[in-house]
Ligand binder design. Structure first.
Ligand code: GDD
Ligand code: MN
Length: 361
């Protein structure tokens, strides 16, 4: 049995033409179609449900509160009954006529079959230059990460056997658009892959969801799959925030020195010093909460108590910083060297403990 997964987001105009076309092409085949819709604002799920009254092979899942092409496809696989799963865009850009051949290829090799735009005989159609360039570049970065050789690891048109999917399932990282790449990066080496050329068509109705956010998620995925195994992305983000925090600290220090004019004569007068530090702690907390640890974001009261905890974490971090700096400096290291290493140790402390204690991440 063949299970066709159609992820949809705002495709109400495309579905009514696509479903009858697929039914036509798959006549005589044992199949089911699973539409996985992420609660589209245009109510695609409603149109799909309506269609499913006339097409009994059609099933509809409406996911509420979740978004993402990759995770929608995985959810479709998990609901599927077939021995081979096929994924296709619901907007008509993938030629449904190729569907039976892609499915048959994955069924035969008990692995994966990919509809490729980049092999001999395939094409990306008339994409504007920039999109074609991004896709090409993204593709070449991706190719060397794959366990098996393909020309188009970013294709949205592919088939996978149930056995292969169940084997990689626990290792998947379903962020963003790149579901096929995720599968190809995590399959055991030696998995069979066959590619079939196809021409990527023009979108007739609706618009593409390939947004700037999707591109960002793709870069994060590449990072996670390479350097991220040694240095977590959250640590890099934390360091960026920390560096910006130093600038905030200095600006707040200077601003309050100006406000309390007389204090400037005392150099490191406590009020400006403390307001600089506190401004930096608040800034770092807000930015880490919104960006670095966005997946464990604290809200409402949680954010208030989280901020209090973060102050405690940073106080211990400052002690560690001072202790290390003093130790190295007394041991004969230069002032700059000891300060830099002390600050680095303080930062790693704040990151590690803050992550566990403030964000539970
Ligand atoms: N459920 C769900 N949730 N479906 C989604 C989401 C989402 O968040 N985002 C997009 N889709 C659906 C769309 O409705 C469409 O059926 C399909 O996924 C592909 O989305 P498009 O917005 O049409 O993508 P594209 O045509 O720009 O991108 C094509 O090329 C990419 C690589 O360059 C697709 O083939 C992608 O799959 C492919 O990765
Ligand atoms: Mn599309």
């Amino acid at each position: 049995m063949l299970s066709l997964i159609l992820p949809t987001y705002n495709e109400r105009e495309s579905l009514p033409a696509l479903i009858p076309r697929i039914t036509e092409i798959l006549r005589g085949v044992e199949y089911e179609i699973i539409v996985v819709d992420d609660d589209s604002p245009d109510r695609t799920w409603e149109v799909a449900r309506e269609l499913s009254r006339r097409h009994e092979q059609l099933h509809v899942t409406r996911r509420v509160g979740r978004r993402g092409l990759s995770s929608a496809v995985i959810e479709g696989f998990l609901a599927a009954k077939g021995d081979v799963f096929v994924v296709m865009d619901a907007d008509g850009q993938h030629d449904a006529a190729l569907l039976p051949r892609i499915a048959a290829a994955a069924e035969e090799n008990k692995g994966i079959a990919v509809g490729s735009r980049y092999m001999e005989g395939g094409s990306v159609g008339n994409w504007e230059g920039f999109r074609a360039f991004v896709s090409r570049l993204g593709g070449s970065l991706a190719i060397w990460l794959c366990k098996v050789k393909v020309t188009d690891p970013m294709s949205g048109f592919f088939a996978i056997s149930r056995g292969t999917f169940e084997e990689v399932l626990p290792r998947l990282n379903p962020k963003g658009f790149k579901i096929l790449l995720d599968l190809l990066v995590h399959v055991p080496a030696g998995t069979n892959v066959k590619e079939l050329p196809f021409s990527f068509g023009k979108r007739l109705l609706g618009e593409s969801k390939f947004s700037a956010q999707v591109r960002m998620q793709y870069l994060e995925f590449l990072y996670d799959a390479t350097v991220g195994r040694f240095i977590p992305l959250t640590l890099i983000k934390y360091c960026v925030v920390g560096a910006l925090g130093v600038a905030v600290n200095l600006s707040a220090y200077m601003a309050s020195t100006l406000l309390l004019r007389e204090s400037s004569q005392y150099g490191l007068f406590p009020t400006p010093l403390i307001s600089g530090i506190e401004a930096a702690i608040l800034f770092n907390f807000l930015l880490n909460n919104a960006w670095t640890f966005s997946r464990a974001r604290l809200r409402g009261w949680g954010a208030v108590t989280g901020f209090a905890k973060y102050n405690v974490v940073c106080a211990f971090g400052a002690l560690a910083n001072i202790a290390v700096t003093a130790f190295l400096f007394r041991g004969g290291m230069s002032a700059i060297g000891s300060i830099a290493i002390g600050a680095f140790v303080g930062m790693i402390w704040n990151y590690t403990i803050g992550k566990l204690f403030t964000w539970n991440a």
